[in-house]
Ligand binder design. Structure first.
Ligand code: PEP
Ligand code: MN
Length: 336
């Protein structure tokens, strides 16, 4: 249930509504919006009687929230969520470029790539320190050393960093170093990890599970919001289908669905969707056109020597071209 206050409702009237909600044992989530304040009611088992709230001064409307992913839904919060990361804002009318290697392999590698992607226009740097690999014999990431390298990248280039957390055991460490904590596709329904993410002090980038429906993805995000962390960025990274021409199939149609259903920003990862670098540029163009809020792209200065995902990593010059094209397309889309 959402209680919508009058445009000129006073703080005192808002407080009275919050008290009325709490007296009944529910939790109130006030949400100041552009035009007016709305107050969400959560932790209610069963329906809430609207009449008692409609009778309170300053209340304009009482709207039922029908979606199971309550706090994630637009019914609950009509205005887009904006997430500030360093000097960058993710969401709404912004298009954010996140780039970097699949994995942090060494300080020299991370610095070289960071310098190049920054010069091309990337706002955030990505790089995994803990890597979820299909084979236990593949490079598993540098772990804590990788996180420390990321911190030096942030310092040197004034770029916030995005890195993946794989488990609860390493959550504190990742939270301490990352600016955005990534939860990977294989962990989208790791509910204990999602609950821990709900307590995190940093924004979470939640990748779509490789066989997850949009509803399941939004319910996974709901775990994080229900835990108290309202800063979630959704990331579509392709789903598993029967095709062999790409690693996964980028589900572009999920973007307008998510934007309609939810106030959370949604970005696209064309690299893991494609699995091959020749598809990354066209899919990135499409990401802008479909009104994603950004893209996250893998870039490596020597992809043939990369310890993971070399085949889908762009050369830095290719990323530079991508940035130019994406900026051009974004300026057209913005003008509509
Ligand atoms: C990654 O971003 O490096 C990654 C492992 O992504 P995903 O979880 O989408 O496979
Ligand atoms: Mn990767």
């Amino acid at each position: 249930m959402l209680i919508v206050m009058d445009q000129n409702a006073s703080d005192e009237q808002v407080r009275a509504v919050v008290n009325c909600i709490e007296e009944r044992g529910y939790t109130a989530r006030p949400m100041p919006g552009g035009q007016r304040v709305a107050i969400g009611i959560i932790n209610n088992d069963g329906p809430v009687e609207p009449a008692m709230f409609l009778a309170l001064p300053g209340v304009k409307d009482v709207v039922p929230v029908t979606r199971p992913y309550k706090q994630v839904s637009r019914e609950f919060k009509p205005d887009d969520t904006l997430i500030q990361v360093g000097n960058t804002v993710i969401g709404n009318a912004h298009f954010t470029l996140i780039a970097g290697p699949c994995a942090v392999e060494s300080e020299a590698q991370a610095m070289t790539i960071a310098e190049q992607v920054k010069a091309s226009g990337a706002q955030l740097f990505r790089g995994g320190a803990y890597k979820p690999r299909t084979s236990p014999y593949s490079f598993q990431g540098l772990g804590l050393e990788g996180l420390k390298i990321l911190a030096r990248v942030r310092e040197n280039f004034a770029m916030p960093v995005v890195t993946e957390v794989m488990d609860e055991a390493t959550f504190d460490a990742v939270e301490a170093y990352a600016d955005v904590i990534q939860i990977g596709t294989r962990n989208m329904q790791n509910f204990s990890l999602l609950k821990r993410a709900g307590q995190a002090s940093k924004p979470i980038m939640l990748k779509r599970g490789l066989a997850a429906t949009v509803d399941e993805w939004l319910m996974a995000a709901e775990y994080i919001l229900a835990g108290g962390n309202s800063e979630v960025i959704l990331c579509e990274r392709g789903v598993r289908t029967f095709v062999h021409h790409s690693r996964n199939t980028l589900d572009l149609s999920a973007v307008p669905v998510v934007r309609k259903e939810s106030h959370l920003p949604v970005i696209i990862d064309p690299s893991h969707a494609a699995g091959r670098r020749d598809q990354v540029l066209p899919l990135s163009r499409a990401a802008v056109a479909v009104e994603a809020h950004g893209i996250m792209v893998e870039v490596h200065h020597q992809p043939e020597k990369a310890l993971s995902d070399g085949a889908q990593s762009l050369y830095p010059q290719q990323f530079e071209q991508l940035c130019r094209e994406v900026r051009d397309i974004f300026s057209i889309i913005k003008s509509y």
